[in-house]
Write a protein that binds this ligand. Structure first.
Ligand code: NAD
Length: 254
């Protein structure tokens, strides 16, 4: 029970990496607020946690909306009586060269991947500073926040921004009880990856290529990301802040 008596918000927790983290955090004793656009899938995660004896609740939010982020933090405080862990994980991809990227594409991706986390942190920090005990903020960035990838300039730029957001917040709050880190997944088998690959001209070759791209020789799993995320927000990482941790089967080591 590494998160006993802790309360956590996880955005983008209806599917993929966020869902696996919600299940894992709850298994370790956290009360989890699942915040996402996808209601049915989010409620299913709540039910799964409840069936396993854990505590969770769902809130429908769009991370692009500052008021939704405020409402999410208030809901966590009202329901669970505190906020120890904020995990900004919701994200979207965009595979397109810059010349094929519209103004709307840029705004929409940056609003979710970058500003969503800023709004959430701005809403959560005052409460984290007020309450007793240490708190933790975690962002899902990506290996593409550390090394670039072809045909995804706006996505890479967004994830680079998330890494720096985490580091800058880590400095601001290091001596005030809030640790801030970024998780940098490699190629992880989630609905997002499935959508991305199935849209490519030759999905079968792409699956093979993606598996081989990581030195470990396979895709990562959402559960492997959840184990790393759990460690980063847990007491075991109490001296770790401002870190961008690759969970990528060695991808960024090359
Ligand atoms: N899968 C990968 O290979 C991979 C690699 C590196 C980083 N990531 C990052 O991991 C995070 C999770 O991605 P995933 O692969 O689990 O994808 P996913 O599509 O399975 O999950 C993303 C979740 O975010 C939610 N979401 C999207 N836009 C939202 C919005 N505006 N408001 C609220 N919720 C919203 C979706 O409903 C979904 O539940 C993302 O930030 C993604 O960029 C994924």
């Amino acid at each position: 029970m590494r998160l006993a008596d802790k309360t956590a918000i996880i955005t983008g927790a209806s599917t993929g990496i966020g869902r696996a983290c919600a299940l894992r955090f709850a298994e370790e004793g956290a009360e989890v607020l699942i915040a996402d656009l996808q209601v049915e899938e989010g409620q299913a995660v709540v039910d799964e946690i409840g069936a396993a004896g854990g505590e969770a609740q769902f809130i429908e939010i769009d991370v692009r909306d500052p008021d939704d982020n405020t409402r999410m933090v208030e809901e966590c405080l009202d329901t669970f009586g505190g906020l120890d862990i904020l995990f900004c994980n919701a994200g979207v991809t965009l595979a397109a060269e810059i010349t094929e990227t519209t103004d709307e594409d840029m705004d929409s991706l940056l609003d979710v991947n970058v500003k969503g986390g800023m709004y959430a942190a701005r809403a959560a920090v005052p409460h984290m500073l007020e309450q007793e005990g240490d708190s933790s903020i975690l962002f899902t960035a990506s290996k593409t926040g550390l090394v670039a990838q072809e045909d995804s300039p706006v996505y890479c730029a967004s994830k680079g921004a998330v890494v720096m957001l985490a580091k800058a917040l880590a400095l601001d709050y290091a001596d005030r009880g809030i640790r801030v880190n970024a998780l940098c997944p490699g190629i992880i088998d989630t609905p997002m990856l499935n959508r991305y690959i199935e849209d490519l001209p030759n999905p079968q070759d792409a699956w093979q290529e993606f598996r081989q791209a990581q030195p470990i020789g396979r895709l990562g799993t959402p559960e492997e990301c959840a184990d790393a995320a759990l460690w980063l927000v847990s007491e075991e990482a109490r001296f770790i802040t401002g870190v961008a941790l690759p969970v990528d089967g060695g991808f960024t080591a090359e």
